[in-house]
Every structure is written in structure tokens, then in C-alpha cells.
Design a protein around this ligand. Structure first.
Ligand code: GLU
Length: 492
């Protein structure tokens, strides 16, 4: 059996976006499962639009996602001579011909055809030039393009797409298309096919927008006598308004690096992207890496376009709710040790990282992360949610202040008493702190909730959070007492 060889060939004209990442992930999953090789090939022949910065950005995003490749990166621009040589071979074997028609002449003919509502295809003027005619034009220095000689007559190009099934295109609907421009530069349709032949690609897995090139490329393969790979064209990724996801329309919101910066865990994001246009019969949502590779198949890719719910205008969500729910799942269920490096990065960015968190305070740090992750959806949440634990500088939410503190005048007197009693506790535990708080509420004949909520806001600045007595233990006796004493100033 021949080894499976796939490729991911991004054009480096910007960042890696959701659609590109999804293509890379499907190629990667398929290749991993087949035990094959994935080739990273940068299609950088558009000199004006390609940039080194984009190449580095794409590679960085792939690495972050954990999408690995086995060969490359290769660069299309280094193989231009090879693409032209292939066209030369096609000329020699009679599968292509030189076309000396000028742009003006072609445009004139097209204009006429348009008027007559006739076929706009190239009419084949140069297809049957005699060797003598060709020689004369060459001698006169007439510039020429190279066109593929598409078979004529009844037949058609036909192939079985793994996703879309049998696809047929009649020869008569394919014009003799240009493969090399008059300036000697190969066209993309040729370069892409020649690269796939050289890289011995067995499966071309790409976006549905590549489908327009496929019949032409199959003709090129045949003319060059190369084996034809299998094709799997994936449905497109659309936004909820059915617009194609693109840099132009959606900006940073569809960039992979945006999700990295906004606190997504790489595997959670891969898991989410894999579900855009692919599913298992039981609609399962959570997969480990091994499970996803095992479960994946190209045959299960859907033909319907996938929808990525860009929450452009909704400040409540900043992205697809499913992406957030999958991320939340991982963030709360992987081991804290696995989570640790991501939190460290965020706390550093937020200016509240303390090297002791990975030194003498590490056990406490991990326990605290474990406690507060029940309130977090993305790793960036650990900065606002973690501030009262990891820093002395935490804001008091004005709404919480009003609701939990200012509404209850009595707290002004009760906070200092509570502080004394918390200080007096010998073993500062969940049970002891709770007993003290409840006893005091009983003595004062106030609802325990008033004391507890007041404490929450005084000690964390927030209106909600994990179980209050767990919070007290995480913050620690000394700081709890200090913050309760300081709380009287909140009434000023
Ligand atoms: N460079 C093309 C793109 O980024 C890839 C097309 C292909 O996979 O053949 O869309």
C-alpha cells in the first residue's frame, strides 16, 4: 500500500484564520490516523501579497494548535523553474501549445461573443498552428502564453470527491486554459498541481473553493502522466449571516492568535474546530487527541457549510458559545498542573505573578487555581477572578459594594467584631470559620447571608464566587483579618 501523503499549503497573505486552521486540522487528523506524512508548503508566489511576517505567524499558530507536519515548510516560489519545465514537457508531448493571440485580440473576440450571447471560451485559434506558422511567429518575437490542450468531443473529466461524490465536467465546458503567462510565469493552477505531483500527494484535502480548479488539475495530471490523488473538498466556514469567514469581513475575530490571546487552551480550540463540519453519529463533543484521531474520517465530513458564530456585535460573548463551552470544559477538568503554565502566563501579563507561586507557595497556588477555576471560562479570566487571591490590589465592584455592604449599615460595626473573632480562631478551617460566622449572625439576630455576602465583597471585591469559607481559607487568616478591619473604610 502506498503511504498516505497530504499537504497544507497556505498562502502567506495574513494570519492563520479559523478556516485555514480547520483545513490544517482535518489534514492532520486524517494523516495521523493513516500513519502518513503531512507536508507544509507555503504558496508564496504572489510576491506582492506574501510576507515573511505572515509565514512566521502561520507557523506559530500551527505550533500553538499542536498541528505537526512531517516535511517542509517548502516554498512554492523555489519551484517556479520546475513548474515552467513541466509546461515545456507538455508542449513537447503535444498536450499544450503556444498561443500568440494578443490580449487585445482576445478581448475583442470576447466582446463580440458577449454581444451575441455566445460562448466566451477561447476559440482555439492557435491550437492548430502549423510548425511553420509557429516558427515564423517565434522568429518575429511575438510573445506567447502556453495553453493546455483540453481534449475535445463528447467526453468529460470525472472524479469521485470523498465529500461531494462523483463530479463530472464536460470537456466542452473547459477552455484551453493558460498555464504559463506571456511573461514566462506559471499560473497557480499549474504550480499547485506540479507541487502536488513532486510531493507525491495522495490526498488533496482542501476548501470547497478549490473545486473549481480540480477538473483542470486532473487534466494536467493526466497530461503529465502522473497518478491522480484523491480529493476531499470541505464545506466552507460561514458566519451566522452566511458570509464566508474572512479576514476582510471579520478582522482579528477569526484569527487563531486572537483565541490564543483570549485565553483558549490549544487542545480545546482544536476540539472545537474539528466539529465545524464534522461529527460522529452520536454528536459527541469532547475528544482527547487520541480519541479524535481515532474517530476522524473524511467520509464523515458534511456537505453543508459549517457555521462559526462570530459574536461581532454582542458584548456578552466575544465568540462562538460552543467554543467557550468546550474551552470551559477543559479548563475545569484537566489537571491543575497542566493548567499551571497557562495561568502563569496570564498572571504575568496581568502584572500579578509572584515567582513564589512556583516556589514556596506552589501548593497553595495550585489549590487556589483549582478553587477559582469553577468561575473561569478562559485562562484570561484568572486575572480578574484571581486578583483578590494573588494580589493585594483588587478592585471593589461598585454594584457588589452597594448590594452587599452599603445596604446593611450594621456591617460597619460588625466587620471589626468579625475580624477579632476570625483572628482568634486557632485552626483556621472551613468548619471553624463557618461556625464563627454563623454563631455571630445568631447572636446579632441577622441573617447569616448578610454577614457572609458582606465578607465576600469586603474580602474579594466581588458579588459572587466559590463557597465563601473555602475562599477564606484560600485567602488565609492573616489577610482575611486585615481586609475585614479595613472594610469599615468602604462606608466612607
Ligand atoms: N493556497 C491555497 C489557499 O490558501 C491552497 C489551495 C489548495 O489547497 O490547493 O487557499
Amino acid at each position: 500500500m502506498t503511504e498516505v501523503r497530504t499537504r497544507f499549503p497556505p498562502s502567506p497573505t495574513g494570519y492563520l484564520h479559523i478556516g485555514g486552521a480547520r483545513t490544517a486540522i482535518f489534514n492532520w487528523l486524517f494523516t495521523q490516523k493513516a500513519g502518513g506524512k503531512l507536508i507544509l508548503r507555503i504558496e508564496d508566489t504572489d510576491e506582492e501579497r506574501s510576507s515573511e511576517e505572515s509565514i512566521q505567524g502561520i507557523i506559530e499558530s500551527l505550533k500553538w494548535l499542536g498541528v505537526t507536519w512531517d516535511e517542509g515548510p517548502y516554498f512554492q516560489s523555489q519551484f517556479i523553474d520546475e513548474h515552467v519545465a513541466a509546461a515545456q514537457r507538455l508542449l513537447e508531448s503535444g498536450h499544450a501549445y503556444k498561443c500568440f493571440c494578443t490580449k487585445e485580440a482576445l478581448e475583442e473576440k470576447r466582446e463580440e461573443a458577449r454581444k451575441k450571447k455566445a460562448d466566451l471560451q477561447y476559440d482555439g485559434t492557435c491550437r492548430n498552428l502549423t510548425p511553420g506558422e509557429i516558427k515564423d511567429k517565434e522568429a518575429a518575437g511575438v510573445p506567447y502564453t502556453i495553453r493546455l490542450k483540453v481534449p475535445r468531443g463528447e467526453g468529460f473529466v470525472s472524479f469521485e470527491d470523498i465529500v461531494y461524490g462523483i463530479i463530472e465536467k464536460r470537456f466542452e465546458d473547459i477552455e484551453d486554459f493558460v498555464i504559463v503567462r506571456s511573461n514566462g510565469r506559471p499560473l497557480y493552477v499549474l504550480s499547485n498541481a506540479v507541487d502536488d505531483i513532486r510531493d507525491r500527494i495522495t490526498h488533496v484535502i482542501r476548501g470547497q473553493d478549490g473545486l473549481a480548479n480540480t477538473p483542470k488539475q486532473i487534466l494536467i495530471y493526466k497530461a503529465l502522466g502522473a497518478p491522480i490523488p484523491r480529493f476531499a473538498h470541505m464545506s466552507l466556514t460561514l458566519d451566522p449571516k452566511k458570509a464566508k469567514i474572512s479576514k476582510r469581513t471579520h478582522g482579528e475575530l477569526v484569527a487563531v492568535h486572537f483565541y490564543r490571546e483570549h485565553g483558549f487552551l490549544p487542545w480545546a480550540f482544536v476540539n472545537f474546530l474539528a466539529l465545524l463540519g464534522w461529527s460522529t453519529p452520536d454528536s459527541r463533543e469532547i475528544f482527547s487527541k487520541e480519541e479524535l484521531i481515532e474517530a476522524f474520517s473524511l467520509e464523515a465530513l458534511g456537505r453543508a457549510n459549517a457555521v462559526f458564530d462570530v459574536k461581532k456585535d454582542d458584548p456578552k460573548f466575544f465568540t462562538d458559545p460552543k467554543a467557550i463551552s468546550i474551552n470551559t470544559h477543559y479548563l475545569r477538568s484537566i489537571s491543575v498542573e497542566e493548567l499551571e503554565p497557562y495561568i502563569k502566563e496570564e498572571l504575568k501579563k496581568g502584572g500579578i505573578w509572584d515567582p513564589d507561586f512556583e516556589g514556596s507557595k506552589r501548593d497553595w497556588f495550585l489549590r487556589t487555581v483549582d478553587l477559582i477555576r469553577s468561575r473561569c471560562h478562559v485562562t484570561t479570566d484568572f486575572v480578574p477572578v484571581g486578583r483578590p487571591y494573588f494580589s493585594e490590589d483588587y478592585p471593589i465592584d461598585p454594584k457588589a459594594l452597594k448590594k452587599n455592604i452599603l445596604k446593611h449599615e450594621g456591617l460597619k460595626e460588625w466587620f471589626p467584631i468579625l475580624a477579632d473573632r476570625m483572628q482568634a480562631i486557632e485552626t483556621f478551617s472551613v468548619e471553624e470559620t463557618e461556625r464563627v460566622a454563623r454563631e455571630m449572625a445568631e447572636e446579632l439576630e441577622v441573617k447569616a447571608g448578610i454577614l457572609i455576602n458582606g465578607m465576600r465583597t469586603a474580602i474579594t471585591g466581588l458579588v459572587k464566587g466559590p463557597g465563601m469559607f473555602d475562599v477564606l481559607i484560600a485567602i488565609g487568616q492573616h489577610r482575611v483579618v486585615e481586609r475585614l478591619r479595613k472594610a469599615v473604610t468602604l462606608f466612607e
